[in-house]
Design a binder for this molecule. Structure first.
Ligand code: DUC
Ligand code: ZN
Length: 457
């Protein structure tokens, strides 16, 4: 089956051009001016932007956290993703300490296979390091997993310096890369103890016990370990201007460092934690926490000047009922936010439409850079001949207001409720299939597992 997208503006990281785009089956067959119809279904996209399907390289679906499980599994999470223009998610397979990587991988396939409405891949979480885990690394690459995750905080998942270093050395042999959650666990634990002893148990204690310096220290610490291991590294969900300074210093001495940030660090600040109603504040609990306006401005500047390579969501959703668990003890609030559906429209509205970034930079941040960094390029991340026909049709004139009741996450709320958008996502196509139109899902779960090779950005 052929589909001809007629008259749109095709957006790429390297530039935009007005052209027709012909899809044949699952892939883009041709891009050019005045392409003949030749039996194709014609979609008039005059006045619209065609973005490469967005890639969210940081989601947590069907994950056990804090004695509960995320509200979104792969079924609802990927419906939410596809409605918002995300055609590929890379979720974190997460074996518990003591389990094998293969066990974690099999489990994540069980969670995702046959249930996903967008394509998907997995990063593998390394929360243990021993001869057994080390011997499994080659099999992960063979299974299409060249990217890994390690935590410098959270007792259930954190890995010490020695094991972090040894794991990085091993991944290097295969051309793999690791993304690391950077927060100084010891200082945060001490602050939490002090706050609890002082009876400060409200959600506002959450940001106060995770100050900017705790992220910056962990980033600096990680970067020195990566320097010794002589490997490139990804800082996931970077949230502070101080951490940006640490990355700048590492790059100056010649290190390759990639930065991911998230829409909530760009658009929200820590005033969300100081609202009178518990639920109004608890819904925003995530780690790292929201920061100050100065951090937001530094992050926007870092998007504009190329300091930051990707914007993902860290989608890790809980209902407000689940968030209730922390009344009287902020450390019991399950951490994480829904966001996989709103990332594209937020980046366009607050970024492109406000002249903070260009639409080409948006295509780089949401599509091309993650595809290259995580080894899915050029199948994903770009609209060019031979690539998968993953297409977001963006109508820059169809402004709307974000409302959770129109979103697909099982969280039932959005941190961006009431946000006025500039334009909206009109259609989303996955490998030549029209999956969503104006927020309505049109197809069942046809998402496929996408094996990846070591990336190159
Ligand atoms: N932060 C969260 O808030 N939730 C899930 C994982 C993470 O890093
Ligand atoms: Zn995360």
């Amino acid at each position: 089956m052929k589909t001809l997208f007629r008259g749109g503006m095709i957006v790429s990281a390297s530039g935009s051009k007005k052209a027709d785009l012909l899809v044949n089956g699952e892939v883009i067959e041709k891009i050019g001016e005045n392409l003949p119809e030749a039996g194709a279904d014609v979609v008039d996209v005059t006045g619209k932007f065609l973005f490469p399907g967005f890639i969210d390289a940081h989601t947590h679906f069907d994950l056990d956290v804090c004695n509960t499980t995320t509200a979104d599994d792969f079924a609802s999470g990927t419906r939410s993703a596809i409605a918002g223009g995300t055609t590929l998610v890379i979720d974190f397979a997460c074996p518990n300490k003591g389990e094998t990587l293969q066990y974690g991988l099999d489990l994540w396939h069980k969670k995702a296979d046959g249930r996903s409405s967008c394509d998907y891949g997995f990063h593998m979480t390394i929360d243990d390091w021993n001869e057994g885990i080390k011997s499994e690394i080659p099999a992960m690459f063979e299974a299409g997993i060249p990217s890994f995750k390690m935590y410098m905080t959270y007792p259930a998942m954190m890995i010490g310096d020695k094991d972090l270093f040894l794991a990085l050395e091993e991944l290097k042999k295969f051309g793999g890369i690791a993304g690391v959650h950077c927060e100084n666990a010891g200082v945060i634990d001490a602050l939490i103890e002090q706050y609890k002893q002082a009876g400060k148990t409200a959600p506002s204690s959450h940001p106060e016990t995770r100050p900017n310096a705790c992220e910056a220290e962990a980033v600096a610490h990680l970067l020195r370990i990566a320097q010794v291991a002589d490997v490139p590294i990804v800082i996931v969900h970077l949230s502070t201007k101080e951490a940006l300074e640490e990355v700048a210093a590492a790059r100056k001495r010649g290190q390759k460092v990639y930065i991911e940030t998230c829409p909530h660090y760009l658009l929200l600040d820590d005033s969300v934690y100081y609202q009178p109603e518990y639920t109004d504040s608890a819904r925003f609990i995530c780690a790292p926490p929201m920061r100050k306006k100065a951090d937001q401005e530094a992050l926007w500047q870092a998007l504009a000047d190329g300091t930051v390579q990707t914007v993902s969501t860290d989608h890790c959703s809980f209902t407000l009922r689940q968030k209730d668990a922390g009344r009287g003890d902020f450390t019991k609030i399950p951490g994480g936010l829904p966001g996989v559906e709103t990332r594209g429209v937020l980046l366009y509205s607050a970024g492109v439409a406000q002249n903070r970034i260009t639409k080409e930079q948006m295509a780089a941040l949401l599509s091309e850079n993650p595809a290259k960094l995580y080894g899915a390029f050029p199948r994903k991340g770009i609209l060019q001949e031979g690539s998968d026909a993953d297409i977001v049709v963006y109508d820059p004139t169809a402004d709307t207001v974000i409302a959770a009741e129109q979103l697909h996450s099982a969280a039932g709320y959005s941190p961006f409720e009431g946000f006025q958008t500039a334009g909206s996502i009109e259609q989303v196509w996955l490998r030549g299939i029209k999956m969503a139109e104006n927020g309505q899902i049109l197809q069942g779960p046809v998402g496929q597992y996408i094996p990846r090779k070591p990336g190159n950005l």
